[in-house]
Ligand binder design. Sequence first.
Ligand code: DX5
Ligand code: ZN
Length: 228
Amino acid sequence: MPSAPRIAPSILSADFANLQTDIERARGADWLHVDVMDNHFVPNLTIGLPVVQAIRRVTEIPLDCHLMIDDPDRWAVGYAEAGAYNVTVHAEAVREPISVAMDIKAAGATAGLSLKPGTALDDWTEALRSYDTLLVMTVEPGFGGQEFMADMLDKVRRARTMVDTGHLTVIVQVDGGINADTIEQAAEAGADCFVAGSAVYGAADPARAIEALRAGAERAGRYGAPER
Ligand code: DX5
Ligand code: ZN
């Protein structure tokens, strides 16, 4: 049986003027998801390396950096060197997926590969053998607060099957539109790690929202005893 679900609040929906306070409000988070956007790969601009370095100094929560940027081959390793726990690049942007994964891991992080909704899992299964995490986007990347795309659950199911049959060894992550209503279906389909921005930071009490998400994922009944 898989271990406990991981809940990864996305600071995209936090108050950027009070980031440290909002990070501290995310008590119980397993990972802290950091959305890096460059206004090229996606039509939005957020934060980059200096902010990740600053966050790293104020929290012990493992940082999960989701790079929605062009040319991740050039930039990804810097995030690993900055102390990110996991660094995810996009399949649609990466040029040399295997060497990028090796570089990220050599710099001390785990390596993730993300697929936009229109990107097929089958085209990436070979490259994914070099990765530790697979991020299945359940919205078009770029913005928080969008509606969950339930038709992505098939991709999650197929990824789960590949892991369960030993063809891949990735953590299966979902990102986009995850909330108390949608998390159970994503968990049932086989996700291990759940990114949630607006569901956590749109709530009056982010820590309670994290617990509600965890309870929702556990309702799917796929997980063993919590490790934490
Ligand atoms: C979207 C980002 C997500 C975003 C999710 O491109 O990758 O991480 O923060 O936000 P919600 O949970 O509001 O859909
Ligand atoms: Zn993200």
